[in-house]
Design a binder for this molecule. Structure first.
Ligand code: GLC
Length: 756
């Protein structure tokens, strides 16, 4: 009789007591959203579902992974594109906890989120579901979301591991990435979230990485994830991501989702029978699935009814923190409540508040900016739809668009200020496909031109999941990038526009001047099953800064209704931490929140690197006129790069340049700091070059002296330094053949021996 499963039984012992058939059942879903149960062993099912910015729970008997079928009502929080802009892990943690409360109440044990892939291109259809172009922002916010979700007894599942940075051909495309950008950009956020917050699960991606499907990549799912990062949870596939169940089991993919109606179990049993699959590999997966079931199987008594009003208030707080004020010339914002306002744009009435696909939430309620503004307005508020949500095609539609535009222009002409709600209609961006351009619909741009001509005091409010180009940014005084703000976004926007609250969001992705300026432009989205990440580590602001490319609005940018002055930057190494201290004074007339950002860079480096990289950030509330002491703790490992020769992280020793500022290009203070770093260099060999020897900590100075003395005594056009530079690429093993280099074979052998 198999050992009876209990929540605290040893999963290894339970696995040993199961038959092969029972084990084979446990490693593939039983339904679309549930794991398999083994009643005769007392093993229950558990339910998992999306995520990530709210609960999307469908009926057990059906469901889809594309947000098509209905789901239970749940609070729709701002998707990651918005929440990430808060740069606030504490707020993100509270959102995670609230979503988990709703999940528990619906008997959901594992929430499939956060999504945390890097925004390599603004064209990715799922960027709304991800946090940033920067791995530190992604990792920090994802870790906070995981902590929040799991604090309420529900498992979290970071996704999509890894390098799922586009929707085009997503179930086959190979992301061809060199080792440094793979480690430093595409894995680094996952490493931070997994080692820092220990999510119960990791969802492997659909795509290939350097030719190997993530679902079958033992290097990724076992060597990196488990052996190097110490992950002890469960690896679950993306839905329908498994092409070869036996290969994926060998790679370390524990649970295939959704059900394959017994097909995968049969393949597993046949492979065991013929010896092409070790039972130990199956057992390892069973144990990881059992551990999750034991940890997260909800007892009926577990779920108390969530407070949906409280969650809606939290959704509004999160929305307030998500909007990014890009410009505000002449302090046009905030609006006076007595102002005569023309409110233009269908999105003010019918908000665009979340993305399409598997993350689509059925909100408990939905606030419209139009109603919220009307409730606050003390002056005249005229509404005009302004444009049709679909691009006009036929003549009749064109006439309708023309009429809507005229109506909007008339409203603008008789008002003190026009507030223009523009953005990307649902059909323009979604999970499952990428955009081909970054433009707002033509009909909206035409409307904007007409409205601005009628009333230059025009505020543009944007609702979009992926960054859009802003060719009009010099023709309007104010732009509020509202991204997608969830169900309470309408109320939040009204509070921000009338100044009851101040904007505080910051860009977690660069807004370029042109699509062609995007570092990934010439390789996205690839062809014939391959996409070459040719920009390497130069993703997002790293690329724009490295190329000194002008941008519309830089990473980290965001205004508020006050202003801040920075002073007194100090930095010192204390153990494994770089302690950065400075002061921020609110020199405006309103309380405000500043996101202080710290970037690090080097004048000289052994590797190619961006001029500056974000190494720390902290949101700071400062009352009008007051001074805040700010401390940013930077773990020294954030200075490290991946040394492909040694296969590990290395911190370059010497001087580092720190910059503190309000964005990646609004640097307010700089300081230098000496870092002991990591002097280790790989041992020299006959194939090493003289250049390798010159920088090797064990022998570098001696080699430099020997060769300089040798070449100094020679006649010739080159200076000693010039000769050295010429010889740097010379292999040590052949240096003795070069006349006058000063090193014979025995000396070279001696240097090699001493270098290891
Ligand atoms: C989807 C998504 C994934 C989601 C899963 C279940 O295809 O890629 O993020 O969690 O399937 O809906």
């Amino acid at each position: 009789m198999p050992q009876t499963y209990t929540a605290d039984a040893d999963p290894r012992r339970v696995a040993e007591s199961l038959t092969r058939e029972q084990k084979a059942r446990l490693v593939t879903g039983e339904t679309f959203w549930e794991t398999a149960d083994v009643p005769e062993a007392g093993i229950p099912r558990i339910t998992m579902t999306d995520g990530p910015h709210g609960l999307r729970k469908q009926g057990a008997d059906g469901g889809d992974h594309l947000g098509l079928a209905q789901s239970v009502a749940a609070t729709c929080f701002p998707p990651a594109v918005g929440l990430g802009s808060s740069f606030d892990p504490e707020l993100t943690q509270r959102v995670g906890a609230a979503i988990a409360e709703e999940a528990r109440a619906e008997g959901v044990s594992l929430l499939l989120g956060p999504g945390m892939n890097i925004k390599r291109s603004p064209l990715c259809g799922r960027n709304f579901e991800y946090f940033s172009e920067d791995p530190l922002v992604s990792g920090t916010m994802a870790a906070a979301m995981v902590t929040g979700i799991q604090s309420r007894g529900v498992g979290a599942c970071v996704k999509h591991f890894a390098a799922n940075n586009q929707e085009t051909d997503r179930m086959r495309v190979s992301a061809d990435i060199d080792e440094r950008p793979l480690r430093e950009i595409y894995l680094r956020g996952f490493e931070q979230a997994i080692t820092g917050a220990q999510p119960d699960a990791v969802m492997c991606a659909y795509n290939r990485i350097n030719g190997t499907y993530a679902a079958e990549d033992r290097w990724l799912l076992t060597e990196v994830l488990r052996e190097q990062w110490g992950f002890e949870g469960m690896v679950v596939s993306d839905w329908f991501a498994v092409g070869d169940r036996v290969a994926s089991l060998k790679a370390g993919l524990d649970l295939e989702m959704p059900t394959t109606d017994g097909r995968s179990s049969a393949q597993v049993l046949a492979a065991l029978e013929e010896g092409s699959l070790e039972e130990a590999d199956l057992d390892a997966a069973v144990i990881n699935v059992l551990r999750l079931v034991q940890r997260r199987h909800l007892q009926a008594s577990d779920s108390s009814a969530p407070d949906f009003d409280e969650h809606h208030d939290l959704a509004e707080e999160a929305a307030l923190r998500s909007a990014v004020l890009l410009k505000n010339d002449g302090d046009l914002l905030p609006l006076s409540r007595t102002a005569k306002v023309a409110l233009i744009g269908e999105f003010a009435s019918i908000p665009r508040y979340q993305g399409a696909g598997s993350s689509h939430i059925n909100p408990t309620r939905l606030d419209s900016a139009r109603e919220a503004l009307a409730a606050l307005a003390e002056g005249e508020l005229r509404f005009a739809p302004g444009f049709p949500l679909e691009e006009p095609a036929a003549e009749a539609a064109r006439q309708e668009a023309e009429q809507l535009r005229e109506e909007a222009v008339q409203a603008a002409a008789v008002s003190e200020v026009a507030v223009l709600f523009l953005g990307l209609p649902d059909v323009e961006e979604s999970e499952g496909f990428d955009r081909e351009h970054m433009d707002l619909p033509r009909v909206q741009l035409d409307l904007l031109e007409a409205v601005v001509r009628a009333n230059p005091n025009t505020v543009v409010v944007l609702s979009n999941g992926g960054a859009v180009l802003l060719p009009f940014r010099d023709r309007v005084p104010a732009i509020l990038e509202a991204w997608l703000l969830g169900q309470a976004g309408g109320s939040a926007l009204a509070d921000l526009l009338y100044g009851l609250e101040s904007p505080s969001g910051r860009l977690t992705e660069t807004i370029p001047l042109r699509l062609q300026d995007v570092p990934s432009w010439d390789s996205f989205p690839g062809e014939h099953g391959h996409v070459r990440y040719g920009e390497g580590v130069f993703v997002g602001y790293r690329g724009y800064d490295h190329r000194q490319t002008e941008v519309a609005y830089p990473f980290g940018h965001g205004l508020t209704y006050t202003s801040f002055e920075y002073s007194g930057l100090e930095a010192a190494v204390a153990g494994e931490t770089l302690e950065v201290r400075l002061r921020v004074r609110n020199v405006g007339g309103r309380d405000g929140l500043e996101v202080v950002q710290v970037y690090a860079g080097r004048e000289q480096s052994a590797v190619s690197r961006a001029p500056r990289e974000l190494v720390g950030f902290v949101p700071v509330e400062v009352r009008a006129g007051e001074l805040a002491e700010v401390s940013v703790e930077v773990p020294l490992n954030r200075l490290s790069h991946w040394d492909v020769r040694q296969g590990r992280w290395v911190i370059e020793p010497g001087q580092w340049l720190l910059r503190a500022g309000a964005s990646s290009r609004d640097v307010r203070l700089s300081a230098t700091v000496e870092v002991e770093g990591d002097h280790a260099e790989p041992p020299l060999t006959q194939r090493s070059t003289l250049g390798d020897a010159l920088v090797h900590p064990a022998v570098g100075q001696e080699v430099r002296r020997i060769v300089q003395d040798a070449v100094a005594g020679q006649e010739g056009a080159f200076s000693a330094e010039g000769m050295l530079r010429m010889l740097e690429s010379f292999p040590l093993g052949r240096l003795s053949l070069f006349p006058g280099a000063g090193l014979d074979e025995e000396q070279v052998e001696n240097l090699i021996r001493r270098s290891s």
